[in-house]
Structures are given as structure tokens and as C-alpha cells.
Ligand binder design. Structure first.
Ligand code: GCU
Length: 409
């Protein structure tokens, strides 16, 4: 199956970098052959698959095939947060003995009657950091930073409960949602050597082949595998899963939303360059394609490196990735001091994804101009910018929950 998939992708032909035309902006409703897309059917059968393939080939690498995962509940406690929630951790295994496992931490509201909508997303610091609870698995893989200076790049006991305010599990429960999260390094440890995560165990890497999956794509694929598991969990309403991710994990969130229609709501938070910000930007205050390719080469595929000096040749911009989430609700959230992530450019991208939503009669972005700080635009294409910096805090969760209330309840 892997072989068949690989050959379908390679059967497509794509222009070499030098043959791509320079363009100031890309209209999601104009195909590579120049034809205008004028119906939902043309979008769904022609332009949507074309854009997915273009993003795979020139930017994120091929999306790996689905793989069957199996799950084992490691512990379950029905009495957390004063009896308000059930906490459990689930070990997710892939069909290869040698492959590292993933650990999914879940909290479910006890008062829910029937299957409950759920927030899903990766965390940066390990499940153990989100709640001080000795039972929660301590990651054993490489980690960005550490609470214990003597053990750099390792999760340690000192980290337990240190990031309670990032994922705000109890608050999410109080809002009536379940939440499922895992450490992103379980899937891909965010190192230049991508062979350290699940990849080398599950498929053949051909590096430096142009369309090998890069880290952002692998994280996106991983969230789809977790959704496969949630679909088997009767307590979860798997048709109402809102995918959330911050920063590089926001990039993975928008990619997952663009490639997997099962995510009912997509919330890339402060995703910036390579996610929701325009790639053609020239402002030194904002991260550029050239900078991101140098600083984080493993996030994107080999082809993408060519566009560093000349982004005008990109056959898409990130508005096209947003448009691939249509007709589903998409919320873009930012912070005013986070210029690096280009909040204003992200709003422009959202507006220029809107023609696709309108063509599909799926809704709009209900603001013509970039909203003021604190003004929440909760339309199908939603936008919010708060005071403060690059981070994920309770104020963000309030907005994520309000948006989910509007579109999932
Ligand atoms: C860096 C990087 C961003 C990224 C961020 C993060 O700042 O330049 O593109 O979003 O790290 O993931 O925290």
C-alpha cells in the first residue's frame, strides 16, 4: 500500500522551481492551468486535491498513509478535580514492535450525558507538566529544555505540574469539553535527524528525496492517528473534535486540518510563518521563509528550501492551506506583541481564503479589516488577537471554548 501511494504521488508532474511563474499573490480559485474554479464540485474534485498535492510536494512532504493504531489504558481515575472529571492515560502503539509509543492524556467531564465534544492537540513539555500527578507518564525521548539543569533535554520529576496554565485542563472540563493531549516528541522529536521519531519504524525514508514527510507533516499525520483512536472511544463525540496547536504545533494543526476533514474545528494558535502567515512577506519584524528554512530545516521538505530567496515562485500561499479547511470553522488567534508570527498577515491570509468558503456557501470572515485587540470575530473564519506575547494561556482557552460553543454545540 505504501508503495502504491508513493507511486501515485510521483506520477504527478510538477514544474521545477526554475519553471514556476513568479506571482504576487495566489488565488485559491485559479488552478495551476489557469482555469477559474466556479463551482463547489470543481473545487472538491479538481482544485482541492491539486492544492493538497502542491503543499505536499513543495512544502511539507508527502502525507504518510494511515496506519492502524492500538490503544491500552494505563490508568483511569474517575475522581479528579474534586470529582468533576475522569483522568486517564492511554498508550498508543503503532504496528511495529520497535516503534516508540505515544502517550495520550485525557480528561473527560463526569457530568456529560452521552458522547462529549473534545479538544485535541500536542503539548510542548510532556503530559506530566500539565498536571501534578505521579501516575502520568514521563517522556523518555529528547525534549526542548528541562526543569532540571543537570539533565538538559530530558523530562524530569521536577517538571510535574509546571505547565498547568498552558493547557488549563480543569477550565476545559468546567466548560463541558473533554481534552486529549500528547507530547509532540512522542511522534517526532523535533530534531534535525527525523529518524529519531516514529518515521523510520513505519515507512521507508528516501532522504534526500523531495517529498519525504517533514516534521510538520509528521505531526499533522500523528494527530490524525490519535483521532482514529478517539473514534473508537464511546465517551467522545468524534464528529466534534476541535484541533488546537500553538506555534510550530499550530503549523501542524493547520496542515492536519487541511488534509483530514474529520477535524470539526481547526484552531492554529500563533502559528506564524510556515503555518498561517503569508510566505511572501518582506517585513524584517516577521519571520520569513528564508529564515525559517535556515533555522528549522527539518520542518519542511527539500523542495521548500529553494523558495527562501524567491517566494514569488511559490504556487500557493497560506491562504490556500486555510481554504483547504473549508467548509469547517477555522479560528486564527494571535497576540499583539508576537510580531514574529505576523498577526496582520495572518488576517490577510484568512480574508483571501474567504472566496472558497463563499463558493461552498460555508460562511465568511465577518470583518473587513484586522480586528482591534480583544475584539473576537467568531464567524466561520474567525479571528482574535489579545494583548501580550507568544504563549498559550487561559485567555486563549476562553476564546477556543467560546468558538467551539458557537460551532459545535
Ligand atoms: C520559533 C520559530 C517559529 C515557531 C516558534 C515556536 O520562534 O521561528 O516559527 O512558531 O519557534 O514553535 O515556538
Amino acid at each position: 500500500i505504501l508503495f502504491l501511494f508513493a507511486s501515485t504521488v510521483q506520477a504527478q508532474t510538477y514544474p521545477a522551481f526554475k519553471d514556476l511563474p513568479s506571482q504576487q499573490a495566489v488565488d485559491p480559485l485559479v488552478g495551476m492551468d489557469g482555469t477559474k474554479i466556479t463551482s463547489a464540485a470543481e473545487w472538491n474534485t479538481k482544485r482541492k486535491p491539486e492544492l493538497q498535492h502542491l503543499f505536499e510536494y513543495y512544502m511539507y512532504g508527502r502525507k504518510p498513509d494511515a496506519i492502524k493504531v492500538t490503544a491500552k489504558i494505563l490508568f483511569e481515575d474517575k475522581q479528579v478535580f474534586g470529582g468533576k472529571a475522569t483522568l486517564r492515560e492511554v498508550e498508543i502503539s503503532f504496528p511495529s514492535e520497535s516503534c516508540p509509543k505515544s502517550y495520550l492524556l485525557m480528561a473527560l467531564p463526569n457530568k456529560a450525558q452521552g458522547p462529549v465534544p473534545c479538544f485535541l492537540g500536542y503539548n510542548f513539555t510532556g503530559n506530566h507538566s500539565l498536571l501534578a500527578d505521579k501516575r502520568i507518564h514521563l517522556p523518555t525521548v529528547w525534549m526542548l529544555g528541562s526543569e532540571n539543569k543537570a539533565q538538559p533535554n530530558r523530562a524530569t520529576e521536577e517538571g510535574r505540574g509546571k505547565q498547568v496554565d498552558t493547557w488549563n485542563l480543569e477550565y476545559i472540563i468546567d466548560r463541558g469539553y473533554a481534552v486529549a493531549t500528547l507530547y509532540y516528541g512522542d511522534i517526532d522529536p523535533d530534531r534535525a535527524d527525523q529518524r529519531l521519531g516514529v518515521q523510520k519504524h513505519l515507512w521507508k525514508l528516501k532522504t534526500p528525496e523531495d517529498d519525504d514527510p517533514a516534521s510538520v507533516m509528521v505531526w499533522a499525520w500523528g494527530s490524525s492517528r490519535i483521532l482514529d483512536y478517539l473514534e473508537t472511544d464511546k465517551a467522545i463525540d468524534s464528529k466534534k473534535v476541535a484541533l488546537v496547536g500553538h506555534s510550530r504545533l499550530g503549523k501542524a494543526t493547520i496542515v492536519a486540518g487541511a488534509f483530514d476533514e474529520r477535524f470539526a474545528v481547526v484552531i492554529p494558535h500563533q502559528a506564524g510563518c510556515g503555518g498561517t502567515a503569508p510566505s511572501r512577506t518582506k517585513n524584517p519584524k516577521n519571520e520569513s521563509v528564508e529564515r525559517i528554512n535556515k533555522a528549522f530545516p527539518h520542518w519542511f521538505d527539500t523542495n521548500f528550501k529553494q523558495f527562501g530567496p524567491d517566494t514569488s515562485k511559490l504556487p500557493f500561499d497560506q491562504n490556500c492551506l486555510m481554504a483547504l479547511c473549508a467548509p469547517r470553522p477555522l479560528l486564527i488567534t494571535n497576540a499583539i506583541e508576537d510580531e514574529w508570527a505576523n498577526p496582520a498577515g495572518q488576517f490577510q491570509m484568512l480574508k483571501s481564503a474567504e472566496p472558497v468558503y463563499k463558493l461552498l456557501k460555508a460562511g465568511e470572515c465577518a470583518s473587513e479589516k484586522m480586528p482591534e485587540v480583544g475584539q473576537f470575530i467568531d464567524s466561520k473564519l474567525g479571528y482574535w488577537i489579545r494583548p501580550g506575547k507568544h504563549s498559550m494561556i487561559k485567555d486563549d482557552w476562553k476564546i477556543f471554548c467560546d468558538f467551539a460553543d458557537k460551532w459545535l454545540r
